[in-house]
Design a protein around this ligand. Structure first.
Ligand code: DUR
Ligand code: ZN
Length: 133
């Protein structure tokens, strides 16, 4: 992907991070998802007083895209307030794997970048094919 597009996604993910609802952890995360059709969906983490109901930023972005009829993804950028590029949780890795292999760009607070793919993050994932007996 061209550098300008990556920068745009990073910028949008940082903007979305501002909207994080994280009064319990105070750990704000933002995401920006580029579809193959060229649309961008953003997400931020949304926590709850019933802690386990929390939804991560990347899942919010993915669910927004899916509910808008978009399920072919090119790249997701995830930004955290961390020293090193953020590491997405297992649940989000599984949700990403549902929609195939695409680029994942992990970003730290000071914009250190780690470029990966869904397959790198979750090898041998459980998917549709594995439901066949
Ligand atoms: O990749 C990640 C990692 C964590 N979180 C959220 C979940 C919770 O609200 C807070 C602390 O775990 O950060 C995300 O949104 N994405
Ligand atoms: Zn997660």
């Amino acid at each position: 992907m061209e550098k300008k597009k990556t920068e745009e996604l990073i910028e949008k993910a940082f903007q979305a991070r501002e909207n994080a609802y994280a009064p319990y952890s105070n750990f704000k995360v933002g995401a920006a998802l580029l579809t193959k059709s060229g649309k961008i969906y953003t997400g931020s983490n949304i926590e709850n007083a019933s802690y386990g109901l929390t939804c991560c930023a990347e899942r919010v972005a993915i669910f927004k895209a899916i509910s808008d009829g978009e399920k072919n993804f090119d790249t997701i950028v995830i930004v955290g307030g961390t020293k090193d590029p953020i590491s997405p949780c297992g649940a989000c890795r599984q949700v990403m794997a549902e929609f195939g292999d695409f680029n994942v760009i992990l970003v730290s607070k000071d914009k250190k970048i780690k470029k990966m793919t869904v397959k790198d993050l979750l090898p041998y994932s459980f998917e549709k094919e594995n439901l066949k007996e």
